[in-house]
Design a protein around this ligand. Structure first.
Ligand SMILES: NC(=O)c1ccc[n+]([C@@H]2O[C@H](COP(=O)([O-])OP(=O)(O)OC[C@H]3O[C@@H](n4cnc5c(N)ncnc54)[C@H](OP(=O)(O)O)[C@@H]3O)[C@@H](O)[C@H]2O)c1
Length: 275
């Protein structure tokens, strides 16, 4: 692995060089920012490291910013990790990645009360990070590189899943390159004890995705739903073609990340094209 690291002092430590980490790595290399990264098996020259119930930080270098890319499902483990690292290596700025799942209200921004009933076990560790003056970044749907929304379409193969998508219509996305820019911005202008919601500020229309990338079966299901399912008929109407319905637009983002981009004086740069 190509990494810029100087003995004992680096700027960014990526705990978990997975999909997001790769985009961040590219940006850090481009910006000539020193960093190191871990994977569980130590592939490609990364530091082999796994977070366990009793965190061992002995193989990790000190970094100004430590980014945890994976879900930590225990408050105690998160707490021990930060305390152990701080006592053995020194104080750092901690960033934990999360999802937007718990922002269920319409609309939601970073100040909207979280919905704990939708938590998949990540919230307790996130509270620890916030309490310890770290930052939690809530990312919406990740795409870029190998992750192309076009390839998600075959998964929508049941009427219930198609119904869910055409009722809400909005898909909130953020490209890996913009996630990397966002993380890098927080590294440069750290915001202790904050949660940020990060999306590309737009909403992609599922209906358009079905029209352009969907199968004949999926389109037939949508036609059936809008004529025969009262909820769908009310939401999208049974008059006109699906093309006309998509053309009318009106699909607005439910998740509002404006405050993130304005605070860090950035704009998202990568947007999905449905062609
Ligand atoms: N998929 C989405 O659309 C989406 C949307 C919003 C938010 N998110 C969240 O965004 C974050 C980044 O996602 P991603 O897709 O970049 O994740 P990813 O590709 O799965 O990468 C996670 C990395 O963390 C490492 N890891 C996992 N468990 C670990 C443990 N117990 N100890 C040490 N390392 C561990 C993995 O190691 P190995 O490389 O060895 O496997 C991997 O390098 C995640 O928290 C994810 O839940 C995802």
């Amino acid at each position: 692995m190509q990494q810029l690291s100087f003995a004992g002092s680096i700027q960014v430590l990526i705990l978990g060089l997975g999909w997001t980490g790769q985009f961040l790595q590219d940006l850090l290399l481009e910006q000539k920012v020193s960093f190191a990264a871990t994977t569980r098996d130590g592939r490609n020259g990364t530091i082999p490291w796994t977070l366990t119930d009793t965190p061992d930080v002995s193989s990790l270098p000190w970094a100004q910013t430590v980014l945890v890319t994976f879900p930590v499902l225990s408050a105690d483990t998160m707490s021990q990790l930060i305390e152990e690292y701080t006592s053995k290596k020194g104080p750092s700025h901690w960033i934990l990645l999360s999802s937007t799942r718990v922002f269920s209200a319409d609309p939601s921004d970073r100040h909207t009360p979280l919905d704990p009933s939708l938590d998949t076990g990540r919230l307790p560790a996130e509270h620890v990070v916030i309490q310890k003056k770290g930052t939690v970044l809530h990312l919406c749907g990740l795409w870029g590189g190998q992750r192309q929304p076009k390839n998600w379409m075959p998964r929508m193969n049941k009427p219930e899943s198609i119904k869910g998508k055409i009722l809400t219509r909005q898909l909130h996305l953020i490209h890996g390159k913009d996630v990397a820019r966002a993380i890098f911005a927080v590294h440069g202008q750290f915001t202790p004890g904050e949660r940020w919601l990060i999306s590309d500020q737009t909403a992609t229309d599922w209906m358009k995705m079905f029209l352009v990338w969907g199968s004949k079966e999926q389109i037939d299901t949508i036609e059936d739903l809008r004529h025969n399912d009262p909820e769908c008929r009310e939401a999208i109407g049974d008059k006109g073609t699906l093309e006309e319905i998509v053309h009318k637009g009106g699909v607005k983002p439910r998740l509002n990340s404006d405050e993130f981009w304005s605070t860090f004086h950035l704009k998202p740069q990568e947007f999905l094209e449905i062609v």
